[in-house]
Design a protein around this ligand. Structure first.
Ligand code: FES
Length: 359
C-alpha cells in the first residue's frame, strides 16, 4: 500500500492558464494495484533542488476502472505550490513521476439513485470521476452538479463537463455560478455561500430525495454547503466532503482546548508502537512530534502526503492509548467512531500509543 511506483507521463493537456490534466500510463503488472474507486486520489512525490522530498495528492478525474491502463489527474497551480508549480510549468510527455496507488474515502460506488455535488474551483476533479463513472455504469442514476468558479476562463474541465451534458441529457444536470462575471441567462453569479445555497438547492433538486451529496473545494465553500444542507434537514450520513489545500486551513481548527494541549505536551516520554506492512516497531517520541513524525524517523515507508489533516493518506487505527488530533478534514464521523485517526495530526495523551497502518 505504501510503495511508490514510477509512472510515465503520456499527455499533458492545458485546461486553463494555471491548470493541467496529466495522463499517466500504468504498466500491466501494476494495473490491479492502481485500481480505483470514483473520487479517489493518488499521492505523487518528487525531490526539489536541495533533495527535499515533496509529496502532494491529486484527484483522479477519469472514470474509475478495475485495471486501468492509464490514470488522468487534474492539477491546478497554487501560489507558491512546490509541486503544482512544477507540474503546471515543467511536467512534459515522457517524464516519469512516482505515485502511490489510489486511496481516499470521498467515493461513490455506482448505484441507482439521485446524487448531487457542490464544487468550487479544482474541487470539480474527483466529482468529474464520480459523475462520469456513475452515469456510464448505472442507467438508473441521476446526477446534479452545482459548480462555482471565478470565471469561465478559470474553470477546469469545461469540455469534459459539457460532454456529460451531451451524453446524458436526461440524467445529468449542471448549474454554474461564476463569481467574477456578469450575469448570463439562467446562471447565478457570485459566491455560493450558505445563504445562497439554502435558497438555490431546493429550487434545483428535491433535496430530501438526494441519496448522497458530494462537497469538494475550498474550506469556506464546503463548510457553507454542509451547513446549508444540515439546515435543510439532510442527514449527516448523506453528506460527503473533501477539502482542498491544507495550507488555507487554520492550524487550530479542531484543536481540543488548552488543557488537553498541555496534557499532550507533558507526554514527551511517550512511545509509539506501530504496525506497517505487517512489521511492528516501538519507538520513543521526541517532544512535540506527531505520531507520523516518530514513525517516519524509523520507517521511511510510512504513508503520508499533505501532513495537513486533509488527504487521509496517513490514516491509522488506534489500537491502544489516546491521542489528540490537531485537525481533521479527512475522516468521517463513522471512521472516528471505529477508532481511526490521522497519524500526521495525532499527539499522545497517554504514555504509550499503538497504531496500525494496515487496518
Ligand atoms: S498526510 Fe494527509 S491527512 Fe495526514
Amino acid at each position: 500500500m505504501s510503495t511508490f511506483h514510477p509512472l510515465r507521463v503520456t499527455s499533458v493537456e492545458r485546461l486553463t492558464d494555471d491548470a493541467v490534466a496529466v495522463t499517466l500510463a500504468v504498466p500491466a503488472p501494476l494495473r490491479t494495484a492502481f485500481r480505483s474507486s470514483p473520487g479517489q486520489h493518488i499521492a505523487l512525490r518528487r525531490r526539489d533542488g536541495e533533495g527535499r522530498e515533496i509529496r502532494r495528492t491529486y484527484s483522479l478525474c477519469g472514470p474509475a476502472r478495475e485495471a486501468p491502463e492509464e490514470l488522468r489527474i487534474g492539477i491546478r497551480g497554487v501560489a507558491g505550490g512546490e509541486f503544482s508549480t512544477y507540474a503546471v510549468k515543467e511536467l512534459a510527455v515522457g517524464d516519469v513521476v512516482e505515485a502511490l496507488p489510489p486511496s481516499g474515502r470521498f467515493i461513490l460506488e455506482p448505484r441507482p439513485g439521485r446524487f448531487a455535488a457542490v464544487v468550487g474551483g479544482s474541487g470539480i476533479t474527483p466529482v468529474l470521476s464520480i459523475a462520469t463513472t456513475l452515469l456510464e455504469r448505472e442507467p438508473e442514476a441521476r446526477f446534479c452538479l452545482i459548480r462555482s468558479d471565478r470565471s469561465a476562463a478559470s474553470t477546469m474541465f469545461l469540455e469534459d463537463v459539457a460532454d456529460l451534458k451531451d451524453r446524458f441529457p436526461g440524467r445529468f444536470q449542471l448549474v454554474t455560478a461564476l463569481s467574477r462575471e456578469e450575469q448570463q441567462a439562467g446562471l447565478p453569479t457570485g459566491r455560493l455561500d450558505e445563504r445562497r445555497l439554502t435558497s438555490l438547492l431546493p429550487a434545483l433538486v428535491p433535496v430530501d430525495e438526494v441519496d448522497g451529496w458530494y462537497l469538494c473545494g475550498p474550506l469556506g465553500l464546503v463548510e457553507g454547503a454542509s451547513r446549508a444542507l444540515r439546515g435543510l434537514n439532510v442527514p449527516r450520513a448523506r453528506i460527503h466532503q473533501e477539502i482542498f489545500h491544507a495550507e488555507e486551513i487554520p492550524a487550530t481548527a479542531t484543536a481540543s482546548g488548552s488543557a488537553t494541549e498541555s496534557a499532550a505536551r507533558d507526554r514527551a516520554a511517550a512511545t509509539v508502537l506501530a504496525t506497517l506492512d505487517g512489521r511492528s516497531g516501538t519507538w520513543p517520541m521526541d517532544d512535540g512530534e506527531s505520531v507520523l513524525e516518530t514513525v517516519l524517523r524509523n520507517r521511511a515507508d510510512a504513508p503520508y502526503a499533505c501532513k495537513g489533516g486533509v488527504c487521509g493518506t496517513c490514516r491509522v487505527r488506534l489500537v491502544s492509548g489516546e491521542v489528540r488530533m490537531d485537525r481533521n478534514y479527512a475522516l468521517e464521523p463513522e471512521e472516528l467512531d471505529a477508532g481511526y485517526v490521522l497519524a500526521c495530526q495525532s499527539h499522545p495523551l497517554t504514555s504509550a500509543v499503538e497504531v496500525d497502518f494496515d487496518a
